[in-house]
Write a protein that binds this ligand. Structure first.
Ligand code: C5J
Length: 220
């Protein structure tokens, strides 16, 4: 099966394919969260929720595995490095209280995935303390256990957690295709640059496709 993609069609094996939705959390998507605390216009990210929901519904219809990630830290912040905490807005650090609870802390409302994309009980949720989903998590083991070899990626933000995860996956031998209309950045120029760089030099990091092309190849 081929998924229409750039820089060339993605040779997809349906039985080894999974969807990975990165960090579609209230903290990044809604006003009052971590993303807005850094001075960002979060409405750009909120706009892709219906498209991500369509991709998610397609994978559910196809009966293919779905993984969700959340960037968040333990309540005692023991998994938060000084380097990470000391960056960002000085008056609103990770772990500080905001309108949706403590910023980027597991169990707080802000760390939850937005309701429109809420995981099903059968879907794995990977909590990650870093930007990449493979760093200090059991994500790779989860993928191997389910015999996943190819990933469709969606979520936010394109140039930070999505790209980092895609590069980590690529280095571990997973084929990755990024759904261009199901990912977003606070900075349009960073999204455009990321899409361009991942497909450069014959898919050095992976492929870029669209939600329609992926769903049409899956025939769902
Ligand atoms: C950021 C993310 N941008 N999920 N996190 O800090 O991309």
């Amino acid at each position: 099966m081929l998924i229409e993609a750039t820089p060339f069609d993605f040779p997809c094996r349906r039985d080894g394919l999974a969807l990975v939705i990165i960090d579609m959390q209230c903290d990044f998507i809604l006003p009052g969260g971590f993303g807005e605390s850094l001075g960002n216009d979060v409405s750009r990210l909120g706009a892709i929720v219906p498209t991500v929901a369509r991709l998610l519904a397609g994978f559910r219809r196809a009966g293919l595995p779905v993984f969700h990630t959340r960037e968040c830290h333990r309540p005692d912040l023991s998994d938060l490095t000084d380097a990470k905490r000391d960056r960002g807005a000085p008056d609103r650090r990770i772990g500080d209280m905001g309108p949706m609870g403590r910023l980027l802390v597991a169990g707080e409302p802000g760390a939850e995935i937005v309701p429109a994309l809420a995981p099903l009980p059968t879907e794995r949720v990977i909590d990650k303390p870093g930007k990449g989903a493979f760093t200090r998590t059991d994500f790779e083991a989860q993928l191997v256990n389910r015999r996943v070899r190819q990933l469709v990626l969606a979520g936010v933000t394109t140039e930070v957690c999505v790209q980092t995860t895609m590069r980590e996956a690529n280095d571990r031998g997973f084929d990755c295709v990024l759904a261009s209309d199901a990912t977003e950045s606070y900075f349009p120029q960073f999204k455009a640059a990321t899409l361009e760089m991942v497909v450069a030099q014959g898919a050095l990091v992976g492929w870029v496709s669209t939600t329609d092309a992926i769903l049409s190849a899956l025939d769902v």
